[in-house]
Design a protein around this ligand. Structure first.
Ligand code: GLU
Length: 309
């Protein structure tokens, strides 16, 4: 059992870190320090088609530049597929997952057709994607196995309604949002996500599954991340309950938005930390740009010398 506070920063090396990540990691590191906890780094690189070692190297460089250090060697998800496969198998044994044969394109087409025919909206998840129609949720095992033998592509999907029905109300503690913004003791609403993907043919995991397994394996007690991931916490909470994993506390901080008022993206160009660093800015400039007070490192540096690094 891990009782020592442990925090983590979990970037995906599929692009450069930008000001939004800088804010996230600095808030996270600051909270870990304040709690006297460990600060761990996790490289979320299960998407091997988009993640690269070069981006991973740049992430480490950016963090060092920002004055962020981490305890222990980073956990690279692509090296731990066996852990996720074991969790997936446990859910399979409990008959809580099934192979869903509809592709993303087919789901979109289904939703559009439904909307045209029925004149009402097909439900969407909190990210705006149409919910899985789940037409193949109740296929007979013979039919299912036949399709798999025929090489039809599929993804392992959670039977969310069944999973929810097997458990009572689930809650988690949220400290990043005020009570009137939905913070405090939050009731998880996993049904909003429908039958989420937990594993793929080539990769025995998905973002939701590996994040939950890793938070437990790394002994994470405090998850600090952007508000865009607040809704996903409902699915994470459900998976923790199904897999018998401890529940960390959550802190979903506000997002740094671009001049157009939208979330920064990985192709954000001039907000990339590397570009700012190469333009001669220092870590303190970045802190200022994201609205954070001067850091402890800079305070001691500026006491010793007035020169800008
Ligand atoms: N890998 C995710 C990202 O880069 C973060 C996941 C998390 O913090 O739970 O957005």
């Amino acid at each position: 059992m891990h009782t020592e506070p442990a925090f983590r920063f979990a970037p995906s090396p599929n692009g450069e870190l930008h000001l939004g990540h800088a804010y996230s990691v600095l808030v996270n590191r600051g909270m870990a320090r304040e709690a006297g906890g460990r600060f761990l780094l996790r490289i979320e690189d299960i998407d091997q088609a988009r993640c690269t070692r070069e981006y991973e190297r740049q992430i480490a460089e950016d963090l060092i530049f920002l004055g962020v250090d981490w305890d222990a060697a980073p956990r690279r998800q692509s090296e731990h597929f066996a852990d996720y496969a074991a969790a997936l198998e446990a859910l399979c044994d409990a008959e809580l997952i099934y192979p869903g044969f509809m592709s993303r394109g087919e789901i979109r087409t289904f939703a559009h057709r439904y909307e045209a025919d029925e004149g009402e909206a097909w439900p969407r998840d909190p990210d705006g994607a149409p919910l899985y129609p789940a037409l193949d949720r109740d296929l007979s095992s013979r039919r299912r196995e036949q399709k798999m033998r025929d090489g039809e592509r599929f993804a392992w999907r959670l039977n969310t309604a069944k999973a929810v029905a097997s458990l009572g109300t689930l809650t988690f503690e949220e400290t990043g949002l005020a009570a009137d913004e939905g913070g405090g003791e939050v009731v998880a609403r996993p049904l909003e996500w429908g039958d989420v993907v937990l594993g793929r043919m080539e990769t025995p995991t998905s973002y939701h599954l590996s994040v939950v397994v890793d938070d437990a394996l790394q002994g994470i007690t405090h998850v600090v991340r952007g508000r865009d991931l607040f809704p996903a916490t409902s699915i994470h909470r459900l998976l923790q309950a199904l897999l018998g994993l401890p529940v960390p506390r959550y802190h979903h901080h506000e997002l740094i938005l671009g001049p157009d008022g939208r979330k920064l993206s990985k192709s954000a160009g001039d907000t990339a930390i590397r570009a700012l660093r190469e333009a001669g800015l220092g870590a303190e400039d970045i802190r200022r740009m994201v609205g954070l007070p001067q850091g402890p490192a800079a305070r001691s540096v500026s006491r010793g010398s007035s020169a800008r690094r």
